[in-house]
Design a protein around this ligand. Structure first.
Ligand code: ZN
Length: 209
């Protein structure tokens, strides 16, 4: 597939929305982050691309050369490795930020107590060990819960509330976090990231997305 984009001075918002995000890796192939096509072009023009891995390529048309009259064009791959220091031990091992959006995605929108599929305003973040009992607001202590279960459990641990956890919390690694944060991942990007998702991830158990 090839998408032609006009990179003019004032790109419309629609172009940015349609254009998929580019997955960057470090030079060793460790997944790093999502960047926009503009950012990818920057890496290409600065000769910062170590190698590419994606099956998809996107052409971005730039301005006309005043002398030759030819139009510049950058072809960006869907997965690009950036030159520089390897991430392993730094970026990849970091605990990703905890947000409801990614938490609900991690838990596949299932209430940890009753197992029902939850939507919208009924989705809540439950602290397995409540704050009042020393629980913290971290990936390992939070699960998705429907509002009725959360209210029923109240300020108690699951044991105290006689409510059993149907699944256990875990910390998504960086590859899984990248999957959780992007709803429009291309097939080749997904395939690449899945290889880096830890075995404990629920992405493996339920099929992805
Ligand atoms: Zn529930």
């Amino acid at each position: 597939m090839s998408i032609m984009l006009r990179s003019n001075e004032n790109p419309s918002a629609g172009v940015d929305v349609r254009f998929p995000l580019i997955l960057t890796l470090d030079a060793n192939g460790t997944p790093h982050r999502w960047i926009t096509w503009q950012h990818a072009c920057f890496y290409y023009t600065k000769d910062q691309i170590a190698w590419t891995a994606g099956a998809e390529a996107f052409s971005v048309l730039g301005g006309y050369n005043r002398v030759s009259g030819e139009r510049s064009r950058i072809v960006s791959n869907s997965i690009i490795a950036i030159k520089g220091r390897p991430l392993a031990g730094r970026g990849f091992g970091q605990v990703p930020p905890l947000n409801n959006r990614e938490l609900f995605q991690r838990d596949r929108f299932l209430c940890a107590y009753c197992g029902t599929l939850v939507h919208g305003a009924k989705l809540t973040r439950d602290h397995v060990v409540p704050f009042s009992r020393g629980g913290r607001d971290v990936w390992m202590n939070v699960v998705t819960a429907c509002r009725p279960c959360n209210e029923r459990k109240s300020d108690r641990t699951p044991d105290q509330a006689h409510m059993e956890l149907r699944y256990l919390p875990y910390v998504p690694n960086r590859a899984e976090y990248l999957i959780l944060t992007n709803r429009r991942i291309l097939a080749d990007q997904m395939e690449f990231l899945e290889q880096h998702v830890s075995v404990q991830s629920r992405l493996h158990a339920r099929g992805v997305r």
